[in-house]
Design a protein around this ligand. Sequence first.
Ligand SMILES: NC(=O)c1ccc[n+]([C@@H]2O[C@H](COP(=O)([O-])OP(=O)(O)OC[C@H]3O[C@@H](n4cnc5c(N)ncnc54)[C@H](OP(=O)(O)O)[C@@H]3O)[C@@H](O)[C@H]2O)c1
Ligand SMILES: [Zn+2]
Length: 343
Amino acid sequence: MRSRALILREFGKPLRLGYIDVPEPGDDEAVLIRIVGAGMCKTDIRLWKGEEPREGFRTPFVLGHENAGVVEAVGKRVKGLNPGDKVLVYAIWADLNCKYCRIDKCMQCRGHAIPGQSYYYGGYAEYLYVPNYRYLVKIDIDPVEAAPLADAGLTSYSAVKKALPYLRPDSSVIVYGVGGLASYAIQFLRHLAPYVKIIAVSRSDNKLKWAVELGAHYAVHPSEVNKIIKDLSPDGASVMLDFVGNEESAKMIPLLEPSGAVVLVGMEGKSYPIPVFETTVWQYVVIGSNYGSISEMEEMVKFVKEHGIKSYIEKVSLDENAVNNALNKLAEGKVLGRFVITP
Ligand SMILES: NC(=O)c1ccc[n+]([C@@H]2O[C@H](COP(=O)([O-])OP(=O)(O)OC[C@H]3O[C@@H](n4cnc5c(N)ncnc54)[C@H](OP(=O)(O)O)[C@@H]3O)[C@@H](O)[C@H]2O)c1
Ligand SMILES: [Zn+2]
């Protein structure tokens, strides 16, 4: 079928509204989704600019890996899903068969594709073809609100869970980089580790204010982190959740307590200099964190509902000007929360 979509034809140039061919489910396990919400992630900026070469990413292409919508049609071998169901789209389309997939670690599957990032067109469009119904999680909340959960929410949830074993009642946690992902991470931390002190770090005053509204106990500029950690936890912070991931954020590592951990999520830098002396002597742990598993997504969807976790979104229509403006604002760091395209 034909679907309207915003098409990336040239890296770094405005996306163009046009039509794409979307396959339809047949005798198979595929599902056709009508997109209701497609979140715009900072990762899209690097892809748009051509700064992150990935296998299966070529022009023309359609971005969008944070998708939620309504089932339009299902293949004959689809189980448990019917037209009209609201769904969140798990974005790592793994082979579901390798040794990693079999233990619920699709993120580590070598054979995976990601809609909007590799091989398959993403959700900056009216319709999305999903090759297997197992990548879909049913939701009973508004798909516009749910869309960012497909990446910003799940990635933050999984990162916070990796941090939990390092936290104690007197712990401080640095949340470095206040944006779409951190907006969920701060809320998850408040519920999963209500006893810790959260220190959010951003270069912008409006984001510092927002971080406090989200639940951070302190919100400071990067230059002030040292002082606040010395005051709150003289031994250092137990964890840094790093949503920037560059040479600047790595400078915070020596502010960790002995055996403290960095959960590295952001991918803004080319390298991440780890101080050799401090890391060996104080036995720091650096944990890479990529997305989350399908069962974590199911768990998170329930958690969000149960604890009233909020999505901070600004709607963007499926329109050339609107989406290109939003892309530019996201690139310049001028968004509070998530832009969500609402076809
Ligand atoms: N590991 C994964 O699975 C995964 C999944 C999704 C996204 N990501 C990555 O996670 C990061 C955050 O994504 P997001 O969508 O939350 O982005 P976002 O909404 O743009 O938020 C990131 C925040 O970090 C700060 N920041 C950005 N660049 C910075 C820099 N060079 N130095 C210091 N601060 C900087 C900005 O605040 P200020 O400018 O005000 O400081 C910005 O608000 C991105 O790198 C994204 O690619 C990783
Ligand atoms: Zn696999």
